[in-house]
Every structure is written in C-alpha cells, then in structure tokens.
Design a protein around this ligand. Sequence first.
Ligand SMILES: Cc1cc2nc3c(=O)[nH]c(=O)nc-3n(C[C@H](O)[C@H](O)[C@H](O)COP(=O)(O)OP(=O)(O)OC[C@H]3O[C@@H](n4cnc5c(N)ncnc54)[C@H](O)[C@@H]3O)c2cc1C
Length: 418
Amino acid sequence: MQHTDAIVIGAGQAGLAMSHCLSRRGIDHAVLDRGRVGERWRSERWDSLRLLTPNWMSRLPGWQYRGPDPDGYMTMPEVVRFLEGYARAGSAPVETGVTVHAVERAGDGYRVETDQGVRRARAVVVATGHCDVPMVPAMARDLPADIHQITPSRYRNPDSLPDGGVLVVGASATGVQLAEELHRSGRPVTLSVGRHTRLPRLHRGRDIMWWMDRIGVLDERADRARDLGRARAQPSLQLVGHPDRRTIDLAALHDQGVRVVGRTAGVDGGRITLCDDLAETTAAAQATMDRLLARIDAFAGPSKTEGVRPIALPPSPSALDLRAEGIRSVVWATGFRRDYGWLKVPVLDAAGEVIHHGGVTPSPGLYVLGLRFLRRRKSNFIDGVGADAEELAEDILGHLAKHGLAKHGLAKHSYVAA
Ligand SMILES: Cc1cc2nc3c(=O)[nH]c(=O)nc-3n(C[C@H](O)[C@H](O)[C@H](O)COP(=O)(O)OP(=O)(O)OC[C@H]3O[C@@H](n4cnc5c(N)ncnc54)[C@H](O)[C@@H]3O)c2cc1C
C-alpha cells in the first residue's frame, strides 16, 4: 500500500494549484485523476467553447498566461495546453488514469481506494470540480422517447443533434452560447429562460471582468457574505468569450430570431408547460446588472456611457407542443451538481454536498477545493482557486504538523507552519 502525506483527487486547475502549494511547502503528495490533466476541458466541453474570462485572468500560483493576447479568450485546446504547461513546470506528481472509488477514514488519516490499488494519506483534498455532473431535472424522464435529449457535457457541435428544431433549457453562459450556435446552423431554436445573471461583455470600453476585478467584487470573501447560501446559488454569468467581444444576451438572441420563452415548468408527454415569468426574470437580471454597473460607475467616475437598456421581449406562450413546433431535441443547459457517492466519510449534507468551512470539512485532514464561493466569489474560476489553495495548504500544513510529520515531506524540506 502506498503512503503519502496528502492525496489530491482531480488534476484540473484546482488540483494542480493545490499541488503547487503543497510542493512549495514540502508536503509529499500525489495528484490522482481518472482522466488526463484538465480532462474536463478536453472531453466535457463543446468544440466552439472559449473561456468567458479573458486571458489575463488565467492566473494560478506560480503560473499565468503570458501570450500575445491578454484580452482574448482561450479555446479549449489552449486551456489544456495552459494546464499541461503548469503541471510540467512544477513537476506535479500527477497520476493519470487513476479513478478513486472510495475514500474512508482509517486511523489518523484516510484510505483511498482506486482502480489501481489502495493508498493511505494523512490528508485528502477533493478537487473533483464544482461542475461535476450535469443537472437534469426529473421531468426530463417524461419526454417522449423520440425527442433527443442532451447535456452540454456531451454536446460537441450542431451535428450532435438530429435535424429539426431545438429547445435549449437554461439561459446562463452555456444556454445562450448553444442557442446562438444552433440558430446560426440553420435550426429553429427556442430558448427557455429561468433565473439568470445578465452582463454586458464590455462596459465603458473595458471587459466587464476587468471592471469586476478592479472594484474587488470577485475578491469578496465568503466569511463576510450576508447570505452565503444565496450567493452560492446565484446563476452563473451570462457571458460569452467571443473574439469579436460581442454581448450575447436575450435581446441579441431575440433579434437574431431565437424564440425566447419562460422557464420550463413541466413535461406532459410531448407538451412542455412554461412559466409566465419572463418579464419577472429579465427584470430581476436587469436590476442586478444595474446595481453592478452603478458600483463600477461610482468607482470609475462620471462617464457619458449609457447604461444597458432593459430587454423587451414578446410574451411567452404558456406551453410548447414539441411535435407541432417541429422540436426534435432538448438541450438541458440547467447547471451542474456534484456526485460524491465515493466519499464514504460523514461530511455530506442532505443534498449530498460536502459540508465545509472555507474548504475545511468536519473530518480532520479532509479538504475540498474549487467549489463556488469556497472562500471568495471567484473561488471556482481559474483566477480564484489559487488564493484558496494557498490558504488551504497552510491549513493542511498545520494539520500535518499537529499530527506529527509524515516520513517524506515536511522533515525533508524543513518548511514550517507560518
Ligand atoms: C462550460 C464551462 C465553462 C467555463 N468557463 C470558465 C471560464 O471561462 N473561466 C473560468 O475561470 N472558469 C470557467 N469555468 C468554471 C471552472 O473553471 C471549470 O469548471 C473548471 O473545470 C474547474 O476546475 P477544477 O479543477 O475545479 O475541476 P475540474 O476541471 O472539473 O477537474 C476535476 C478533475 O477531477 C477528476 N475526477 C473527478 N472525479 C474523480 C475520481 N473519482 N477519481 C479521480 N479523478 C476524478 C476529473 O477527471 C477532472 O479532471 C467553466 C465551467 C464550465 C462548465
């Protein structure tokens, strides 16, 4: 049985950032991934996707974008190269093709069961991703068998779908991108809109992420949030990283010919019922956006730039008859959940989410990293996970020091807890 001081599960940006921070502290560890480095960006994203965060926001501890286009948006192969370069530069001890089947408490540490054997570690960091498993509502089961259903993790390009009309459910970053791409491929597209976070790509001539970074909104701390549960449940940003830096919002999609309708409420055979909430959800998104833009304007000072006009959309129908409308496919762009079925330690709440305080779980030596608003608003962004990893690595160092240093790491490198 192999022993290390720490095991990190997942070799995405979170696992690699943690590995860097552990290495810097001389903590002996292994990073296990069932796939390859950055596997999600390779096999669970669609062909045309680019990051919605500009390149200068690809910053991790000891590694950052240094290319010629800081304001551009990386393609998926570029993201993979960025992460591979990070792993290589730090000689991260990544073991690919190792699936963790179970983690359980054993003595003063953990027993990690993998498809390549059993490991032991004093500390375990779960970095398996906030966007783990696509969330598909239970009503999807009631759709007729001849309606093709797909999640964004499996969608690659319009050829992924049979001919005919498409209903895209969900209008955050993913839903609006796929609705536009499918519409441009010549299909009739209906976009069902629930709660969303509207943002212009550019404000006062600058990328909106630049402003959000500048005014500190992305650095807002979880421990100071007024309502952390609400902040964590906020819909993701409705932003697209297109090279022409255009804003793709509901108004733009409506103008292009996408039919925008209310939230999907239920499925009754081939009939989809819709909520009469389009005016309400667009007004709520407008109000949230206006508050952010006002904050930016207060920070930046007077400007002649007008705000972003409210969206005027035709009223939504109350139902869609899929066959009559020629809709042959439904894309569930309804967010993600996490599957911790393999985590056999009593740290899961009734919803199956890990209970933690800033990534520290109630089980000593067990940590989680990369979740939304873990320690700060940007925790699940490439640009945010590094600061969390640095802080959490200090906690891990403290934990290992308190429980006696393991044979490999700390003694060898003579780092001490700060
Ligand atoms: C469509 C989409 C677009 C996004 N765009 C941006 C963006 O523009 N900018 C930005 O900053 N963020 C973006 N994000 C958010 C975030 O950066 C990504 O979700 C990112 O992949 C999170 O990295 P991570 O390391 O936390 O987790 P992941 O990248 O999900 O990595 C987790 C790793 O764990 C492995 N794993 C899982 N379970 C096991 C197991 N049991 N055993 C072994 N290995 C396991 C997986 O193979 C995977 O490699 C986007 C997310 C999505 C879904």
